[in-house]
Design a protein around this ligand. Structure first.
Ligand code: ADP
Ligand code: MG
Length: 685
């Protein structure tokens, strides 16, 4: 088996299971072995019953006392079992599992594992898992991987397929030269793959994780380094001179720029008229006002007779930028002639837009990455702004250069990254930072609560709506999944609609909806016709509805702090007091402490750095998938040292062998070429 082998070649994967795997974007063996676990489960030593502590998951080894008692209702059967060991007794309850009555022998010893509860003074487990001694001993000897699943596909099925794939996979030869493996103390790729899926212990897991994270960083930084050399000194072929219109616009606006916004605008102006093409990143926390700075640059661009383009990661955000800029245009008589270009437009409308762009009839093109598709021919492109999440790599630059000219590039990002890391990660860009929020903002009021607070929260939402404000409510899932206690948008919308007064309109928004439908919902919300928006994190990026004052996050424990901070950034954008309600379905100490950090601070940098201290490497990775660096395993915060090592490795390698020509580096070159076209594209990072 190799990367391209279809997963149907794995024993036990038939047509039906293949479809389920496809839902997880797994079609080949290569996809499967790179499908890393979501987290791991440790099967701990069984404890005496008297040591099983309520509220935690425990395993007990005990003897069944008497005959289990079965009550058979119409839709439900309940089986009660009494357990005993030398230290005490415990009750078990099984629902709709009547067959266990004959299976569990009186006087037999078994291992039961589940969440321990109390009923009065009795200890209780509901629906515990049942193991024989030998089965349990096997589980205890290694850490069990848990995968993200889809309905119909069990964790066991994924594990089984994974085991086969890993043992029949034709591992390629190690691609790093020996000195890299030694200097950075990396285990082989083969070991790391096995170690990430089926680690023998926590140490093995940490080693596997470290190697795979290094790989990701290395490949990313390798491409970055090449870009850096390519884009460093492109001559400025579209000089953008200062024009009176930008100052006039600023004078007419209802607010003045903050000092930080002014400084960044000055840096951009200097670039635009300078000797080289601009290549600048504007970094600023959520709500720091990046859009207006981009609009100023675009205004200067069109006043110089060029076209400007603004690219957003989602259609929803593109549509919002289009609205905002159209409003500015009308209100302040700006010379923009904008057009919105998104993938979901009809072919006719797109064709019409292409013609107007090519003819120079429009001078501002706003859209998703439809903007750089082959069919778009620009008349005179002078500046490209990319908002949130999009890196602008050489490939995109080349695409634009093919269309003529070398436009200036401005990238905007809200990912809070300390400067030392930013210099590595954005090596090909100049850096500007907006480190100040507009002065008119009231600090957001936060609270972290458990699910029993919901009725109160709903009352609070209803009251905020009655004052004319709007509400976001975030759930982690789109629809019902395997996981218990995890809210999904589809059911939650219904639940909330019936819990709130009928005159309040609740709508839902998620990534699986058609783009046109998403845009429509978002427009209705922006216009105030929808008061409560139940959504997945699709709204995390960039959305600006200043009238929204409440952000309620269900299952807050499932999100990374940086991501929660981004979500919180959707409120507190106007002058009204805003609120954030983080509802946690888990009440253990660590979760509460982690969420408490958000309660204490509103500073994105601080939060990101605390996120790092709270989660040791090897913890639930993949929790932080926000921002533009969606590395699958590597985490720029917790693995910052590794990131620096990977950067050093790339430098040393290229110093020795700039074009990887020596035989020693041939496998690495082949490896980077192979993955280069897929995973190291800037759009996907
Ligand atoms: P982000 O940096 O998150 O992209 P936006 O550019 O969307 O933030 O700005 C958030 C809100 O703040 C917008 O409604 C914008 O009009 C407003 N805003 C921007 N700059 C200022 C300022 N200097 N003073 C007051 N409000 C501002
Ligand atoms: Mg923004």
């Amino acid at each position: 088996m190799n990367d391209q082998t279809p997963i149907t070649r794995i024993k036990g994967i038939g047509e039906k299971t293949e479809k389920l795997f496809r839902k997880l974007d797994i079609a080949t063996v290569g996809d499967l072995i790179r499908y890393y676990p979501r987290d791991y489960e440790d099967f701990e030593e069984p404890v005496p019953i008297s040591a099983a502590s309520p509220g935690s998951v425990c395993a007990v080894r005990a003897c069944v006392v008497g005959i289990p008692n079965l009550r058979q209702g119409r839709n439900l059967s309940i089986l009660n079992v009494t357990l005993r060991d030398a230290s005490g007794g415990m009750q078990l309850v099984f629902y709709n599992m009547p067959f266990l009555k004959s299976l569990l022998k009186s006087g037999g010893f078994y291992i039961f594992r589940g969440l321990v509860k109390t009923r009065g003074r009795t200890l209780l487990m509901e629906q515990p898992r049942l193991f024989s001694e030998t089965d349990y001993a096997k589980l205890m000897s290694c850490i069990q991987p848990r995968y993200r699943l889809t309905k119909g596909l069990t964790n066991q099925a994924v594990q089984k397929a994974m085991k086969q794939a890993l043992s029949f996979y034709a591992y390629e030869t190690e691609y790093y030269p020996q000195w890299i493996l030694e200097r950075y103390d990396l285990e082989s790729w083969r070991e790391s793959l096995n170690g990430i899926h089926f680690p023998s212990d926590r140490d093995a897991l940490a080693r596997a994780r470290r190697r795979l994270a290094f790989d990701e960083f290395f490949a990313f930084l390798f491409v970055l380094r090449q870009n850096k050399d390519l884009v460093k000194s492109i001559p400025n072929t579209c000089p953008i001179r200062e024009v009176p219109e930008t100052e006039a616009f600023l004078q007419a606006m209802p607010f003045a720029l903050t000092r930080a916004q002014k400084r960044v605008w000055e840096e951009i102006r200097t670039d635009l008229k300078g000797p080289y093409s601009m290549n600048r990143l504007v970094q600023g926390d959520v709500g720091s006002g990046k859009t207006i700075v981009a609009v100023l640059a675009l205004l200067a661009c069109v006043c110089n007779g060029y076209q400007g383009a603004m690219m957003a990661p989602t259609e929803v955000l593109a549509a919002q930028h289009y609205e905002t800029i159209s409003q500015y245009t009308a209100r302040y008589h700006l010379p923009f002639r904008p057009v919105l270009l998104v993938g979901s437009e009809t072919a006719d409308r797109k064709r019409e837009a292409y013609a107007r762009i090519a003819g120079g009839e429009v001078n501002l093109i706003i859209g998703t990455h439809a903007l750089i598709q082959e069919k778009v021919v620009y008349h005179s492109l002078g500046l490209v702004v990319t908002d949130e999440q999009h890196r602008f790599g050489v490939r995109q630059r080349e695409k634009l250069a093919d269309k003529g000219g070398n436009p200036h590039v401005l990238v905007m990002s809200a990912t809070p990254i300390p400067r030392t890391l930013a210099i590595i990660l954005y090596g090909d860009l100049h850096l500007s930072v907006i480190d100040e929020l507009p002065a008119n903002r009231l600090p957001i009021k936060n609270c972290v609560v458990n699910t029993s607070y919901r009725p109160k929260a709903y009352e609070f939402l209803a009251r905020q709506v009655s004052y004319g404000h709007q509400v976001y409510c975030i759930c982690p899932m789109v629809e019902e999944g395997e996981l218990e206690d995890v809210e999904n948008v589809t059911d939650y919308t219904r639940k909330l609609q019936s819990a709130l007064p009928p005159q309040i309109t609740v709508a839902c928004l998620h990534g699986k909806m058609r783009p046109a439908e998403k845009s429509r919902i978002m427009e209705e919300f922006a216009a105030g016709r929808i008061q409560v928006l139940v959504s997945t994190t699709v709204i995390e990026v960039g959305i600006n509805v200043p009238n929204a004052t409440v952000m309620m996050v269900e299952n807050a424990e499932r999100f990374g702090l940086a991501q929660l901070h981004q979500l919180r950034g959707r409120v507190g954008r106007g002058e009204a007091q805003s609120y954030c309600i983080f509802i946690s379905a888990r009440e253990n100490k660590e979760t509460m402490e982690r969420l408490e950090i958000l309660n204490k601070s509103n500073d994105g940098f601080y939060i990101a750095s605390q996120d790092l201290r709270q989660r040791g490497p090897g913890d639930l990775f993949g929790i932080r998938q926000s921002g533009e660096f969606a590395f699958r395993i590597g985490d720029i915060y917790t693995d910052s040292l590794l990131l620096q090592q990977a950067a050093e490795a790339v430098e040393r390698l290229l110093d020795r062998d700039p074009s990887l020509e020596t035989p020693e580096n041939a496998p690495l070159k082949a490896h980077l070429c192979r993955i280069g076209s897929e995973s190291v594209d800037f759009r996907s990072i």
